[in-house]
Design a protein around this ligand. Structure first.
Ligand code: SAM
Length: 268
């Protein structure tokens, strides 16, 4: 892991997901210790297989050489990418504690030099593309992936990852993503059902796992502006599940100024 042990998570997302790890063992005990890793409690093997076969495979995962993942959690999909391709993976997360869990689960690929883990710095919106550049990967990345992570991230923050993806991918490189959709029947129902706990959760300075709702139109517009064409978009469940291809890298290049030279903390 490139992040030093002294590195700390910052912000509402970093703190929320660190707390999730801190309390996970206790919750797993209440569930009868039936889960091996944090994140095994979300969905089922069948759901994960479905995403793999219907989104990673059409995203051409077998041929990836270089991939970036945002929000790997314990590494459920990371291990699949590593097992299903020859790719090297750089995985970025906002939670130092989640990265520690991922490092424990993925010891072998890390030792083999196929996986590196990186803590996101919320003061540096161009962190990913800068590090990709330093690694000699710029415009050579085959895929940017984020599953079950961006469903919780506000678009004002997520745009940073999307722009970093558009600035790093090669032409034809793939974005494989899940996003929460308030315009699908299941999404709209969840929006209503979550009022009970999400409305009072806004007072918690350590954040929450509320969904950040989008819609296919909004997603298509934003990705189009960044130079992507949407190849596959399915929203029959709560989430939009999509594969997009970077077709117009110059569109993203013109927007790089928005993440470069961001003033240091407190001077915006
Ligand atoms: C629900 S878990 C999903 C993990 C994994 N992708 C999976 O499907 O099992 C969410 C992950 O996204 C990370 N995350 C949450 N907010 C984030 C943000 N703003 N930026 C980057 N990663 C974030 C969390 O720390 C956690 O690792």
């Amino acid at each position: 892991m490139t992040s030093e042990p002294s590195q700390q998570s910052e912000g509402i997302y970093g703190h929320y997901w660190d707390d999730y790890i801190d309390s996970w063992a206790q919750r797993n005990e209440a569930w009868g210790n039936k889960f091996e890793w944090p994140g095994d409690e979300w969905g089922s093997q069948r759901d994960w297989d479905f995403i793999w076969h219907h989104f990673f495979k059409p995203g051409d995962v077998e041929h990836w050489q270089r991939a970036v993942e945002i929000g790997p959690g314990s590494g459920k999909y990371t291990l699949r990418i590593l097992g299903g391709s020859e790719a090297k993976v750089r995985a970025y997360d906002i939670s130092a504690k989640y990265l520690e869990v991922c490092a424990r689960r993925c010891q072998q690929p890390i030792a083999d030099g196929r996986l590196s883990l990186h803590l996101l710095d919320i003061n540096s919106p161009n962190q990913i593309v800068s590090e990709i550049e330093a690694a000699g990967w710029r415009r050579q990345v085959d895929a940017f992936v984020s599953i079950a992570a961006m469903v919780h991230v506000d678009l004002q923050y997520m745009i940073v990852y999307l722009l970093n993806a558009a600035l790093s991918l090669k032409r034809g490189g793939k974005l494989v993503l899940t996003l929460a959709d308030a315009t699908s029947p299941y999404g709209f129902l969840q929006l209503l059902e979550d009022i009970r706990w999400a409305y009072p959760a806004q007072k918690d300075p350590r954040g929450s796992c509320k969904f950040e709702w989008l819609s296919p139109d909004l997603v298509r517009y934003v990705l189009g502006q960044l130079g992507f064409d949407v190849l596959l978009l399915e929203n029959t469940v709560r989430d939009i599940r999509l594969v997009a291809s970077l077709e117009r890298p110059a569109a993203a290049d013109a927007l790089e100024k928005y993440i470069a030279n961001v003033p240091p903390k407190g001077q915006a």
